[in-house]
Ligand binder design. Structure first.
Ligand SMILES: C[S@@+](CC[C@H](N)C(=O)[O-])C[C@H]1O[C@@H](n2cnc3c(N)ncnc32)[C@H](O)[C@@H]1O
Length: 234
């Protein structure tokens, strides 16, 4: 495999380590990644009942175990991409650059983490993004993320146990990427990053190892692009 094996603006059902080996140094302008920091969410019934109270189906076929990445993964990621945004950096022991992005999920009343943290070499400071993401409670927009979306029918549908909102990636690409740049997501999950990349006009490649989630995000992306081409709106 070489970089030419992979088409821009396509996603692939494969192990990201195998895929990254095909790319030369600094091929991507930016990697925006969200690797698993513990194994468990992929297991059937990990979160309890078959359908969560927010509607995520858990009666999936049993998935391959999520492997928590080590130094080899981060070395490879920083080899193939000039810059990075790595979610969950607080769970990994690696010499990340000092920049941090903090996503405040505005969910203080729950037992879940209040925030998620990403390491980035694009900043020397810490930037805060506020967007409500707690069960059925979702934010209104990038600028009014701390205010709950009143109309639940407009909520983003959850298709993956650790899905991040598309709006978070919209904000990332608006602030840290330019149209036409090459962007990599090694751990695609629900494909939220892919949808935001499409809107931002960046050239995107994503990898997802799990066949079920891969198919789910393919369908989600196809539905999204069909709808936007019909209505020209999200
Ligand atoms: C934390 S989730 C990503 C969630 C994603 N950011 C979203 O918004 O939906 C991690 C994903 O990485 C996938 N995965 C785990 N190991 C992988 C590997 N070696 N290569 C590619 N994907 C992998 C898992 O199946 C899971 O869907």
């Amino acid at each position: 495999m070489t970089a030419q094996t992979f088409e821009l603006n396509h996603c692939y059902n494969m192990d990201c380590m195998e895929a990254m080996a095909a790319f030369p140094n600094d091929y991507f302008d930016l990697a925006v990644v969200d690797p698993p920091y513990f194994s468990g969410p992929e297991r059937r019934g990990f979160y309890g009942s078959k359908v969560s109270r927010i509607g995520v189906h858990r009666d999936y076929p049993v998935s391959p175990a999520w492997e928590v990445p080590g130094k080899e993964y981060f070395d490879e990621l920083t080899r193939v991409s000039r810059h990075y945004i790595i979610w969950g950096c607080n769970y990994f022991s690696y010499g990340f650059a000092p920049g941090r992005i903090v996503w405040d999920k505005c969910n203080q009343a729950t037992s879940f983490s209040d925030c998620e943290i990403a390491a980035t070499d694009l900043l020397k400071t810490i930037r805060l993004f506020r967007y409500m993401w707690s069960g059925m409670m979702q934010g209104k927009s990038i600028s009014e993320g701390h205010i709950m979306q009143g109309n639940k029918s407009l909520n983003e549908v959850r298709v993956h146990p650790t899905q991040k909102p598309v709006v978070l990636y919209d904000w990332i690409f608006q602030n840290f990427a330019k149209p036409g740049q090459k962007v990599l997501d090694t751990h695609l999950g629900s494909g939220s990053s892919r949808i935001a990349a499409y809107e931002a006009g960046v050239d995107f490649i994503g990898f997802e190892i799990d066949p079920f989630y891969f198919k789910t995000q393919e369908e989600r992306f196809a539905n999204y692009t069909n709808q936007t081409s019909l209505f020209h709106m999200r």
